[in-house]
Design a protein around this ligand. Sequence first.
Ligand SMILES: [Zn+2]
Length: 695
Amino acid sequence: MSRATPSGATPPNSPTPRQPATPAQAAAPHRMAVPVTSVPVTRTPSAGTPGAGAPRPSGNGNAVAAPRPAGQAPASGGAASSPSAAPTAKPPAAPTAKPPAGAAAGAAPQARQAPRGLPPISELKNRPLGRILHKMGKVTREQYTEALSIQKQKGGLLGRILIDMGLIKEADLNIALAAQQGFELVDLAGVELDAATIGAVQAQFATTNKILPISFDPATKHLVVAMASHENFRALDDLRSLMQYQVTAKIASDPDLLERLIAKNYQSATEGIGDILGELQQDDALKDLKNRGESIDIDSLEEAANSNPVRKLINLVLLQAIKDKASDIHFEPFEGEFKMRYRIDGVLYEMMPPPAHIAPAISSRIKVMANLDIAERRLPQDGRIELSVNNQPIDLRVSVLPTMFGESVVMRVLDRSNVSLDLDKLGMREDDLNITRQLIHKPNGIVVVTGPTGCGKTTTLYSALRELNDPSSKLISAEDPVEYDIDGVVQCQIKPDIDLTFARILRSMLRQDPDIILVGEIRDKETAEIAVQASLTGHLVFSTLHTNDAPSAIARLLDLGLEPFLVTATIEGVVAERLVRKICLHCKTEYTPTVEQLMELELRPEDIAGKKLYYGKGCSNCNNTGYRGRIGMFEIMLLDDDLRDMIIQHASTQVLRMESKKRGMRSLRQCGLLSIYDGITTIEEVVRETMMEEE
Ligand SMILES: [Zn+2]
């Protein structure tokens, strides 16, 4: 399998098995590797997609498509990437699927294998069918002889005769026939299956073929499955050839229980996105949307949007996204192609795409849910969907953008249950946390959090607001958008289309007698000036800027047109932030990095002497990405009198950075290094998210 690296961090010429899995590498096994065409029985386009809607990484693993300001370096060494560099190419399909790594060696079979009431297979194999059924306790000797005499008179199959006599059921016959062929029987009552075993077979495959994995040893790739019929050769062959498993098949003594267990263990997949996609492909009403382009009338659109398969698909897509903790869901129309991607922990994963011709139905459905105008297909629209999923309120911010080939729809998932808004939980080190607390408890001044979109700065500011939120002070915010509702904070949404800008809200805010003000972002001189004015009149102001690091924030404010003396009079500190993915705790593995990997961080092997480095091998807990969740990296610059003098004298960003570091500022990169040494994240993540320092 060709190696794709997210950051160029992993040298391609040293494919030792101990290297950290890049998203593409780690996610590939188990999740995406079964070629669609080779999966039996199923006909849906997603048949090969493991698990309904299981994410597969889009692009070559460097799926970092987060918008970054120009010059922001996602890769090492400050190499700038253009937004168009966000790769969309599909990863090369692996010829064979692999089992998920990381399972404990030799997951012991937990199903009871010699259940009471079922004789050992040695007593059944190759015996006459009637004897087998008798030994299984299904028929008496008398019934068996009676059936035999009927067979002598009328001919026919003994099993069929017994069924016709009402003595046994179809399922009993199946089991007896399997036993006759030497298949072991298994009693699934009370069986408990671990995630590694369940993960060894894809949900779609298990549900379609009615097989349940009951034990799996990743070391030997030995898989034991329970199934209803021994005639399911194709499923077994596929497991052998596609997954390269050694397969032992057993016959479930209770087919109903088998079905229930499959449903239970692969629950969300029982009617998976794949099934719905198949339904959509076949739906006659929706076929009418094909090649109609702009000419679709509102009635057809409305009908399509309300059609059952479309509704089902959107519901499932949302459920799956929330289950996978996706932050964004993208529907993207291209010429002759429609893409669906989820962003999980900051990385985009391409999902099995819906048929291209139903794109208008999907965007219309989402517009209906968000109370938008489905007749308007030429102008952008924004809306919001409020959902309750498992009794948790979920907010979706919907953006619809008309493109060359139809409407591009992006839904941001604002899952409040997912965010704790607690300064202690952002991942700040003790000392940074203390500095931050001092900063946010100042009576006035401006505190800026800086970084690219999606770097966690909003969460950090909200956490600060929450900590300061008490009845004795008035907190007010202008935001775009309002991402979380916080009790006790007066929150305003800016609306540029009616000229309700940050500047305008901010000006009015000052007349609302606030103590603490949050301005979503300082984008222009006007906003910057009002923020300064607010600070000078005794308010504490929080805001954000888009800069790569903390020292650059000063230059940005000066570039906006602020006088240096106003900057130095008001800015108390700048916090730069980045999010890196945390190594999955379930598959965390120690490894020794190569010299090349260390060089990405300008380290020599002796620098990490005595230190342990880790990566995630990939397991079912992390969708085989090796990562689960994210944590902030911080760089905090505090202004002292000397630094203020330097700013007045137009010191360069480089000088400010150097001087701040002399005063103890820990850079993002250094913060990342500490997290690597703590075993929290990987070299790849730190290289991807933080810049090399120019000194
Ligand atoms: Zn894992």
